[in-house]
Design a protein around this ligand. Structure first.
Ligand code: SF4
Ligand code: ZN
Length: 339
């Protein structure tokens, strides 16, 4: 296993070197989208800052993550300040503001403390600000969080299985590191959002479903909301490499439906599948994708399981067989959708 792991990390690094070093300095994006806040459906404002990138991605990186494609080593404090200005110019007073980087907002090496403060203070009128971070940056910032009443921390746990974190994702931390960070946040009464990944590589559809359920069960103990994130194929990643060779396929939309049906009573579980219904995202047969993606969105926004109750399509039977017999046929699920 260790030899295979060394090989995986070597491949991740090799693919990263193919990255085109865009020397762009502006915001990666800013837009509005529906979300939930305190049980209501509201408009949220999303900002993606262009930073120097995730610290972990620079030394190794997760097998599915292509965020570094949009980062730039040339980003300086002034560029981040300009990005905040641009974002504020687009802000229309939405109650929920989601500030993403291509790494950890709380890593001072990626977003200097001064800028962290400036951004959060710029949106102090929002009812809630969500920022993402790896767990190792939480402890140092606990006092800072306490001084910001509207902050929520999003942690990318991905999987509650250490074997997956180590060998399938190369996440660079273990489940206990997530738990320690989440407990600190819980004790300080800082709300937590957790991401659970559906279908890491080197796994059958059935294993992926069961593991996502296990992950959600753990994450709901510490989180106000858990977001189920089905895999999408990002450029220059190990997952893309496997996918191009026919050795990986994103999950079925039916698998998302299954996980949500089996976990919705545990707490607020949402899923907004990136690239859902396309070949690089979670998808079904092509005929039912639009309806199923919309139902998953509707369920997530309304937290009403009836949106997932009456979905059907011929391809569901095929998915059921793959889930049942998949472990016997390694990449059967890939072939089934190519017909
Ligand atoms: S998934 Fe997160 S932690 Fe992993 S490389 Fe990407 S930004 Fe870094
Ligand atoms: Zn279908």
């Amino acid at each position: 296993m260790h030899e295979e792991h060394v090989e995986i990390v070597r491949k991740i690094r090799e693919l990263r070197r193919q990255k085109r070093r865009a020397e762009k300095k502006g915001l990666i994006g800013a837009w509005r989208e529906k979300d939930r806040l305190n049980g209501e459906i509201i408009d949220s404002f999303v900002i993606i800052l262009r930073t120097t990138g995730c610290r972990w991605a620079k030394v190794s990186g997760c097998s599915m993550c292509g965020y570094y494609n949009d980062t730039s080593s040339a980003i300086k404090k002034e560029d981040l300040k300009k990005q905040i200005e641009d974002a504020l110019g687009k802000y229309r007073g939405e109650k929920l503001v989601k500030i993403y980087t291509s790494g950890s907002f709380l890593d001072d090496a990626e977003v200097p403390t001064e800028i962290q403060n400036e951004i959060v203070d710029s949106f102090s009128s929002a009812e809630r600000i969500i920022v993402e971070t790896r767990p190792e940056f939480v402890k140092k910032k606990i006092e800072w969080f306490k001084s910001k009443e509207n902050i929520m921390i999003a942690l990318g746990l991905e999987s509650a299985n250490d074997e997956t974190l180590l060998f399938r994702i190369n996440k660079g931390f273990l489940v206990r590191h997530y738990i320690n960070a989440a407990k600190l946040l819980n004790e300080a009464k800082i709300p937590v959002k957790t991401y659970a990944l559906l279908k890491p590589p080197f796994m059958t559809e059935r294993e992926a479903i069961e593991e996502a359920i296990m992950t959600i069960k753990l994450a709901t103990k510490y989180s106000e909301v858990v977001s189920l994130n089905p895999m999408n194929i990002q450029s220059n990643t190990l997952v893309e490499y496997l996918w191009q060779r026919g050795e990986y396929s994103p999950p079925w939309l039916w698998s998302i439906v299954e996980v949500l049906k089996r976990t919705h009573e545990l707490g607020e579980i949402v899923s907004y599948p990136t690239a859902g219904g396309t070949k690089r995202g979670a998808h079904n047969c092509g005929k039912c994708d639009e309806v199923v993606v919309k139902s998953i969105y509707d369920f997530s926004l309304h937290q009403d399981i009836s949106y997932l109750a009456n979905l059907n399509c011929k391809c569901r039977e095929r998915w059921e067989k793959i889930v049942k017999y998949g472990p016997l046929f390694w990449d059967y699920s890939i072939e089934a959708r190519r017909e």
